[in-house]
Design a binder for this molecule. Structure first.
Ligand code: OGA
Ligand code: MN
Length: 305
């Protein structure tokens, strides 16, 4: 019998999972319970866990195929376990870590690749005394609360996602940035996507989108600003205040998140992350995009009038 208790933390997302020690192998019943809760609450918090890298990897593997982090710069991975990405603001060998400012704008993990992540499992190792919270937005609710005319407008829309829009990327170690760019050319994803397990649709927008296909920059920027403002409304957001030992697992197939930089940067913040590989490839690499810009539209109008 499962001893697990699920305690909701927010309306839009977030639930605490108690009564399970993640160092122990999960029973099938517990795994089913956790997976159901994950699909319902999007963000699950397991407090007071102390996992070794091996234990974190073993737990994460129960929920999907682990990403080998091919899209990431090698220097940002755990030296002995490439399944673990180390998010740290510590100075190593006189250099800032390549992840010291990761996640600072609203994003869905790996939207700059053709295969968005299924989810991630983040374990808090060290944290500053105050600040450095993480927020998640429920993108099912974001889509479901748009009015029918806007729904129709975006139904078949595609967006160009670009790794160079990762906020603060230019302040990172230039070799890390060069690696990220080389590994990740701009990609196209649909704006409305369907969750492979729940079958529900959600709104795939974030702050790493360059433009919508077939729209002028002006149209793209305004529409994107409107959609992002809507999707990150407080009503759709869960904000997590970390404690050391927290394991947080999020469903990346229907959410976006942001790591807040509101803390004393001389204080360490260290997280170990396992990433789950997406089950489906929804994106394609952008090649030879003929952009329709406003100037050429005006020229075309002038030619026919
Ligand atoms: C991530 C991320 C959030 C954080 O691991 O994908 O965005 O709070 N991190 O560090
Ligand atoms: Mn992230």
């Amino acid at each position: 019998m499962s001893m697990i208790k699920i305690i909701p933390l927010g309306f839009a997302a977030g639930a605490q999972v108690v009564g399970v020690d993640l160092r122990q192998p999960l029973s099938d019943a517990d795994q089913r319970r956790i997976n159901e809760a994950w699909l319902e609450h999007i963000v699950l918090v397991f407090p007071e866990q102390q996992l070794t890298p091996e234990e974190q990897i073993a737990f994460s593997r129960r929920f999907g195929v682990l990403d080998d982090h091919e899209s990431q710069a090698p220097s940002t991975l755990h030296p002995e376990h490439r399944e673990i990405l180390v998010l740290s603001n510590k100075v190593v060998g006189g250099k800032k870590s390549g992840t010291y400012n990761s996640g600072r704008n609203w994003h869905t993990d790996l939207s700059y690749t053709t295969r968005l992540a299924k989810g991630a499992i983040l374990h808090c190792k060290e944290k500053p005394p105050v600040g450095g919270d993480t927020m998640w937005a429920n993108l099912y609710l974001a889509l479901e609360t748009l009015t029918p005319p806007i729904r129709r407008l975006i139904e078949d829309l595609e967006a160009l996602h670009d790794v160079t829009l990762v906020r603060g990327i230019e302040q990172r170690d230039p070799t890390v940035v060069a690696e990220m760019k080389k590994r990740n050319p701009p990609v196209i994803h649909p704006v409305v996507r369907t969750h492979p397990e729940t079958g529900r649709k959600s709104l795939l927008v974030n702050q790493r989108i360059r433009r919508f296909l077939g729209m002028s920059d002006e149209e793209s920027q305004n529409l994107l600003a409107m959609l992002n403002a809507h999707a990150t409304s407080p009503e759709f957001v869960y904000r997590h205040r970390w404690s050391v030992g927290d394991v947080v697992m999020w469903d990346n197939r229907c959410s976006m998140h942001v790591a807040l930089g509101d803390f004393d940067q001389t204080k360490p913040r260290v997280m170990f992350r396992c990433s789950l590989e997406g089950e489906v490839e929804t994106g394609r690499i952008a090649r030879d995009l003929a952009g329709s810009d406003r100037e050429s539209m005006l020229q075309a109008v002038a030619a026919v009038s």
